[in-house]
Design a protein around this ligand. Structure first.
Ligand code: BG6
Length: 488
């Protein structure tokens, strides 16, 4: 692996502590980082190198999936780290950073491969990118790459503006947009499931699939993030990115080659074929909800409007369900339903594929359930298939049974999303990062919904905390003769 420098903006923030340091450490222990690497953390406050290294160590002890740590390994790992305080608007600070980067490159004899990871609020993305360029940090005789996290813009217009600014400093192929759902093993597995299994591949289309249901339910409320969430809502927080990414991964056709270009090409075809919604159609295809108080896991929890930091008359959506159509020959007539919400009955991200249930004369007195393929993404990783089988305990009545394929035996050894994604970015593999076109087309599809929400054309349904969301989301499926599976 080529030697490199990893520059982390926002190194004293929460994401660095919970995800990025533990991920780097686990990659190091698994020997998946270059043997020569310099890691430079940047934050607003003043810290000595050793104070910073202590912080990194604490974060690993608190958040790494590994429970045991070898002291010598830890020492060597912490020695990669240096710290510099930085005001993102200060040219002088960027010059100081450049000097530190170069000094470490000389000391460790590193190739000038530079990764810039922006773990900061999105309003700083363009300033930092521009200062990387202007300071000379971006002029290297190796590669340079930029990793950024969502939110990528607040709507279509701001996303386009942001992209334009970033592209002054980085080429599209140098930008790695993290959508952490694309780092989840089961999401990465979708392509193998659909295309490495001829049995499934032959039925992965409109001739055999009746509908597809993608759910991302959470039991947590807005937590301490009202400042961000009350402006974003579920539509920006989950639908525009994670939900549409899962939809693309589920509905894509078999790529000519299973590589970044092949997969991105097929994903793009899906998002390009999404039938656009007119503002006036939004109320018929989108359900907007907001949680009220209720009981979750035996505890009373407050409604959204009573959460600290939330505007008491807020109309922000904490739940969204949608019906989507993909105008592509593979999917004609197959509705895709998505739903996501806070304070729902269970934490569960899953895809349920409902197969067509052909009329069966022989079983007309015995109602036969459809076959289902259930792909559980989070918190359990599991695939199950619902088949029909005679039940000897019930006079041979045909009843559904579930066959489970679980990955449980792999357990603690599975790299987390951030490990996989950082590893891929370090290796220049952009397969599981969001391409600008995917982001732009997702915003394009979402924009009429944002307008309709803002104009208040869409009812805001209350739903009780601890439920599966408003009843209106059941009606969305009922209109087509379907129901949400697994809401028991
Ligand atoms: C984040 C959202 O992107 O994803 C959060 O901002 C949400 O609001 C989280 O809770 C869910 O991620 P996961 O991996 O727990 O399903």
């Amino acid at each position: 692996m080529e030697s490199m420098t990893f520059v982390l903006f926002g190194a004293t923030g929460d994401l660095a502590k919970r995800k990025i340091f533990p991920a780097l450490y686990n990659l190091y222990v698994d020997q998946k980082l270059p043997q020569s690497i310099s890691i430079i953390g940047l934050g607003r406050g003043e810290l000595s190198h050793s104070e910073f290294q202590e912080k990194v160590k604490d974060s690993i002890l608190d958040f790494s999936r590994r429970l045991e740590h070898d002291a010598a390994n830890m020492g060597e790992f912490l020695d990669y780290f240096r710290y510099s305080s930085l005001d993102v608007n200060s040219e002088e600070d960027f010059q100081q950073l450049l000097q530190l980067v170069k000094k470490r490159e000389d000391e460790l004899d590193l190739t000038q491969n530079r990764m810039f990871y922006l773990s900061v609020a999105p309003e700083f993305f363009d300033t930092i990118a521009l200062n990387i360029k202007n300071s000379g940090l971006g002029q290297t005789n190796g590669w340079k790459r930029l990793i950024i996290e969502k939110p990528f813009g607040h709507d279509l217009k701001s996303a386009r503006e942001l992209n334009k600014k970033l592209s002054r400093a980085f080429l599209e192929e140098e930008i790695y947009r993290i959508d952490h759902y694309l780092g989840k093993p089961m999401v990465q597995n979708l392509e193998a499931l659909a295309f490495a299994n001829p049995i499934l591949q032959s039925v992965w289309n409109k001739d055999h699939i009746a509908n597809v249901q993608i759910t991302a339910g959470e039991t947590v409320g807005v937590e301490k993030r009202a400042g961000y969430y009350d402006q974003a809502g579920a539509i920006r927080d989950m639908v525009q990115n994670h939900m549409l990414q899962i939809l693309m991964m589920t509905a894509m056709d078999k790529p000519e080659k299973i590589n970044a270009a092949g997969i991105r090409h097929e994903k793009r075809k899906v998002i390009e074929s999404l039938r656009p919604l007119k503002e006036e159609d939004v109320p018929y295809n989108i359900v907007r909800g907001q949680y009220i108080s209720g009981e979750l896991n035996g505890q009373k929890v407050p409604g959204y409007l009573k959460e600290p930091g939330v505007n008491p008359s807020s109309t922000t959506d904490t739940f969204v369900a949608a019906r989507l159509w993909i105008d592509h020959p593979s999917w004609t007539g197959v509705p895709f339903y998505i739903r996501t919400g806070k304070r729902m009955k269970e934490k569960s991200t899953r895809i349920v594929i409902e197969f067509k249930n052909k009329e069966n004369e022989q079983y007309k007195n015995n109602q036969i359930d459809p076959n289902l393929l259930i792909i559980e993404i989070n918190p359990n990783e599991n695939i199950s298939l619902q088949l029909n089988s005679k039940n000897p305990l019930n006079n041979g009545k045909v009843t559904p049974i579930r066959i489970n394929f679980s990955n449980e035996q792999i357990g603690l050894g599975v790299p987390e999303a951030y490990e996989r994604l950082i590893y891929d970015a370090v290796n220049g593999d952009s397969t599981f990062f969001a391409h600008w076109k995917e982001v732009e087309l997702s915003w394009e599809w979402v924009q009429p919904i944002l307008n309709a929400f803002e104009g208040n054309f869409v009812p805001l349904h209350e739903y009780q905390s601890g439920s599966y969301g408003p009843a209106a989301s059941d009606s969305l499926l009922l209109e087509n003769g379907f129901k949400w599976w697994l809401d028991e």
